[in-house]
Structure formats: structure tokens, C-alpha cells
Design a binder for this molecule. Structure first.
Ligand code: S3P
Length: 174
């Protein structure tokens, strides 16, 4: 495979979008964000899709995007926080790509979610969002842990990007 895709997974607000864009720029790859693609195609925000069509419809859209992107090369793909936890999505995207899971603490995640004025996370619209983050993380931990982990705590997005490039270039075909 000449230019295997790089797929970023991990909990909401672990930096997948920011790091993914930097990674693509540094590697000369095209950048794709699955949430953005879904928003573009449906003409609705993620929160709007959840509200009007329901979560199941959003998960269907994620599955369709995964099948489509799995056939391509030379992409950095930032995925919505749950997309790669679905076995069929993970199989489709892993076929031509290396997956990395970005990791942050619940406190950092809450801070980033609160600072992100552009994107609403419907799953975190709860009376006690930190508790909700911890609960969801616990439910998903086993699945995220199947992918190589990249800790982002106390690192700038540039440092995380550099760390990922070092790993990726050490064994680009893995
Ligand atoms: C979700 C994560 C979000 C988005 C949707 C659901 C999740 O993407 O796909 O709100 O279930 O973890 P980010 O991980 O980019 O926030």
C-alpha cells in the first residue's frame, strides 16, 4: 500500500480534528472528518440529526461514510467518537489504514467541550456532564483500548502530531 490512510479515533474532544488537520498538512495527505462529511451531506448539524432523525439515523450515516472511505488512500480521517467502536466500521476503515486512539482525561475533555463553541455534543447534554463523560468512557474503554493509544495530556497538538508521525514513519506499512 503506497499511502495508507491514518485514522484517528478516541473519545469526544480528545483533539482528533485539530491533530488530524495538522497531520494531513505535514504528511501532504488530504483531510477528512466524518462528522463534517455527514453535516455537509445531510445539510444538518450533528445535534440537529440527533434531535430530528435520532441517534440510530446518525449511526447509519457513519456506517455509509466508513464503507466509502475504506476504499480510499492518502487520507487522514478523524472519526466521530463512537464510529470506530462499531466492528463493521472499524473493519472497513482499518483495511487500508493505521488507526490511532487519542486519549485525554475526563476533566480535559470537559474543558475542551465547554470551550468548543462551534460543535455541540448531544450525548453530553446532561445535568452532570463530567459524570456522563466518565460513564461513557467506562462503557467504551474496552473498545478504545484495542487500538494503539496516544496520550494527549499536557501536550500541544503539534507535539501529538509529531509523536504520531514518528510512530507512523517508523513502520508506515503496519
Ligand atoms: C459522538 C462523538 C461526536 C459526534 C457525535 C457522537 C460519540 O464526534 O460524532 O456527537 O458518540 O462519541 P467527536 O468525537 O468529534 O466529538
Amino acid at each position: 500500500m503506497s499511502r495508507p490512510n491514518i485514522i484517528l479515533t478516541g473519545f469526544m474532544a480528545t483533539g482528533k480534528t485539530t491533530v488530524g488537520k495538522l497531520l494531513a498538512e505535514k504528511l501532504g495527505y488530504a483531510y477528512v472528518d466524518t462528522d463534517e462529511l455527514i453535516v455537509e451531506r445531510s445539510g444538518q448539524t450533528v445535534a440537529g440529526i440527533f434531535r430530528e432523525k435520532g441517534e440510530a439515523a446518525f449511526r447509519e450515516m457513519e456506517a455509509a461514510v466508513s464503507r466509502e472511505l475504506g476504499d480510499k488512500e492518502g487520507l487522514v480521517i478523524s472519526t466521530g467518537g463512537q464510529l470506530m467502536l462499531d466492528a463493521a466500521n472499524a473493519a472497513a476503515l482499518s483495511r487500508r489504514g493505521r488507526v490511532f486512539c487519542l486519549v485525554a482525561t475526563p476533566k480535559e475533555i470537559l474543558q475542551r467541550v465547554q470551550n468548543d463553541k462551534d460543535v455541540k455534543r448531544p450525548l453530553l447534554e446532561a445535568p452532570n456532564p463530567i459524570q456522563r463523560i466518565v460513564e461513557l468512557m467506562q462503557q467504551r474503554e474496552e473498545y478504545y483500548s484495542r487500538f494503539p493509544q496516544m496520550v494527549t495530556s499536557r501536550k500541544t497538538p503539534e507535539e501529538v502530531t509529531r509523536n504520531l508521525i514518528d510512530i507512523f514513519q517508523a513502520k508506515p506499512d503496519m
